[in-house]
Design a protein around this ligand. Structure first.
Ligand code: AHM
Ligand code: MG
Length: 336
């Protein structure tokens, strides 16, 4: 399309969110301000990730660089950037990061109505070989921003007001849901802006790909083992699914969202709760999947119904195309 090649009407993420907000007359622009600080953090991380190989930013935390300054590992650096950006937005009161043991309670003078849970740089073991990694976040609106307690974030994922991720891959992609569908934006490096490139993402009803760390197979439970066996040897005469596993949740989930299929990190005998963290990995991705027409299941229940008791709690997760997850649910239901 010649017209597409010279697009002049650029839907930036800020403009998009402002448009969405104008549908809620009670909103005061706080969300837009919060989001633009998250976007700022993502742009910073994107640049840092791109330079990682060059700048030797990938040294271990605690190592010193040529100037004798302490070198920060990329995930620690990313966390610092997000924490500072979120606090300075003046719109947050509680922050939960994968990098910090304890939740951060924002000082009273800077408090706002939102709590943000995030993994600033997920899949960081993939940095050294240049594989895609990402940032994952979820946002809750708190009841009491004057005297907030941890209970504000120990909420089921269905209570989130927004969730998303940014993938640092061959391009930098930001995927967001504010509870009215899912939209994807791509960073235009020449503008420094995220532009709407994937409006209203819907996941295919059924997919041809499964995504799991099969190295854990010997410790899987019955339904997981049976499901994966069926992906390879379908009973209904259909062709087997393809296996794709990057080992970087954002990249594996992004592919699942766009192409369909299923991503699973199940329980196993060694990790009865799986590996992935409820608040800032399982919930945001489950929120996006449901908003795109897919499903997310823990092996016991709808993932977004989980009530976490601990900020770093883990849960098994099966998420993706509606019908593929439906099959997993049937296998778990048949077990009890
Ligand atoms: P991390 O938070 O330590 O980076 O681990 C999370 C990552 C996810 O991105 C990915 O889905 C998973 O770990 C892969 O785990 P495994 O190597 O066990 O397959
Ligand atoms: Mg992580």
């Amino acid at each position: 399309h010649a017209a597409e090649a010279n697009r002049t009407d650029l839907m930036t993420i800020t403009r998009f969110v402002l448009n969405e907000q104008s549908r809620h007359p009670e909103s005061r622009g706080d969300f837009t301000i919060l989001l633009s600080n998250i976007v700022l953090g993502c742009k910073f991380v994107c640049t840092a990730v791109n330079k990682a190989g060059l700048a030797k930013l990938i040294g271990l935390a605690g190592e010193t660089n040529v100037q004798g300054e302490e070198q920060k590992k990329l995930d620690v650096l990313s966390n610092d950037v997000f924490v500072k950006a979120l606090i300075s937005s003046g719109r947050t009161c509680i922050l939960v990061s994968e990098e910090d043991e304890q939740a951060t309670f924002v000082e009273p003078s800077k408090r706002g109505r939102y709590a943000v849970v995030f993994d600033p740089l997920d899949g960081s073991s993939n940095i050294d070989c240049g594989v895609s990694i990402g940032t994952i976040f979820g946002i809750y609106m708190v009841k009491d921003s004057i005297e907030p307690t941890l209970d504000e974030v120990l909420q089921p994922g269905k209570n989130m007001v927004a969730a998303g991720y940014c993938m640092y891959g061959s391009s930098c992609t930001f995927v967001l849901s504010t509870g009215a569908g899912v939209n994807g934006f791509t960073l235009d490096p020449s503008l420094g802006e995220f532009i709407l490139t994937h409006p209203d993402i819907k996941i295919p009803k059924k997919g041809k790909i499964y995504s799991v760390n099969e190295g854990n197979a010997k410790n899987w439970d019955g339904p997981t083992a049976k499901y994966v066996e069926r992906c390879k040897f379908p009973k209904d005469g259909s062709s087997p699914k393809s296996l794709r596993y990057i080992g970087s949740m954002v990249a594996d989930v992004h592919r699942t969202l766009l192409y369909g299929g299923i991503f699973l990190y199940p329980a196993d005998k060694k990790s009865p709760n799986g590996k992935l963290r409820v608040l800032y990995e399982v919930f945001p991705m489950s929120f996006l999947m449901e908003q795109a027409g897919g499903q997310a299941f823990t092996g016991k229940q709808r993932a977004l119904d989980l009530v976490p008791k601990d900020i770093h709690e883990r849960s098994p997760i099966f998420l993706g195309s509606y019908e593929d997850v439906e099959e997993v649910k049937a296998l778990y239901a048949a077990e009890d």
